[in-house]
Design a protein around this ligand. Structure first.
Ligand code: KIV
Length: 280
């Protein structure tokens, strides 16, 4: 049975919710089989799947393409798809139209968008259209240029007050969950206690109602920069690298494919085929 918004909200203040990103069918199937509660088709797609420097170039079409694959694989997890840069910032109408497209074309259960007070009107309109919304405040990667880089948010009094106001605004607009990215633990705890929405932290400490990680980060899929908040549960990069190197060597030494992996043909057929004049 697929998890619903109410199953998730029932967990507030009790059993924390688990969420991981996914961008393709097979990963979604495995995450789903593990019983992870929520899958996020994040616009981190731009960085971790498409090789962009940031998330800004990701399009609604990209999100729908990958979102469809994930939704085909997820049977029990609640799937959330990110609204990419400029798909909701431009107007309330664009926000509703693009959220509607994502829902209709992928079969996901909710959309997520970045921003607090400034985008509360978009959240309200999308929720009124019958689409569940996850808000995303704190470090909002789509505003990387305005923020001057990827930095922890909410450390100063002014920033912390703004984050509390953002959380209130998105909750009042109808967001059922709020992603808190790179926020001091004590502030995330305060927000979690002050809102009825489910808080899902990434770099926001243990008091949130749930946690989310980018699956490549937690699997050690790349050997590049890993943020401080990521716990690596595996080192897939070294396992894959070793396998690719062994395969290359096998190809060059003809130790792959072995006899057990090849198909045979009857001797008589070969003899019939053999034409000495065509042989080298
Ligand atoms: O795009 C994404 O993967 C995200 C997570 C970092 C929460 O928004």
């Amino acid at each position: 049975m697929r998890k619903t918004i109410f199953d998730l909200l029932d967990r507030k203040g009790s059993l924390p919710v688990s969420m991981l990103t996914a961008y393709d069918y097979h990963t979604a199937c495995t995450i789903d089989e593990a019983g992870i509660d929520m899958i996020l088709v994040g616009d981190s797609l731009g960085n971790v799947m498409l090789g962009y420097e940031n998330t800004l170039a990701v399009t609604v079409e990209d999100m729908i393409h990958h979102g469809k694959a994930v939704c085909r694989g997820a049977k029990q997890a609640f799937v959330v798809i990110d609204m990419p840069f400029m798909s909701y910032q431009t107007s309330v109408e664009d926000a509703v139209r693009n959220a509607g497209r994502i829902m209709k074309e992928t079969n996901c259960q909710a959309v997520k968008l970045e921003g607090g007070v400034e985008y509360a009107d978009r959240i309200k309109a999308i929720v009124e259209a019958g689409i569940p919304v996850v808000a995303h405040i704190g470090l909002t990667p789509q505003s990387v240029n305005a923020m001057g880089g990827y930095r922890v948010q909410g450390k100063s009094l002014e920033q912390a007050q703004k984050l509390l106001a953002d959380a209130k605004a998105v909750e009042e607009a109808g967001a059922f969950a709020i992603t808190l990215e790179c926020v001091p633990e004590a502030l995330a705890k305060m927000i979690t206690e002050q809102t009825s929405a489910l808080t899902i932290g990434i770099g926001a400490g243990k008091y949130c109602d749930g946690q989310v990680l980018v699956y490549q980060d937690m699997l050690g899929y790349n050997d590049g920069f890993i943020p401080k908040f990521v716990k690596q549960y595996a080192n897939l990069h070294s396992i894959m690298l070793q396998a690719f190197k062994e395969y290359k060597q096998d190809c060059e030494l003809r130790t792959f494919p072995e006899n057990s992996r090849t198909y045979s043909i009857k001797e008589e057929v070969l003899e019939e085929l053999f034409q000495p004049e065509l042989a080298y």
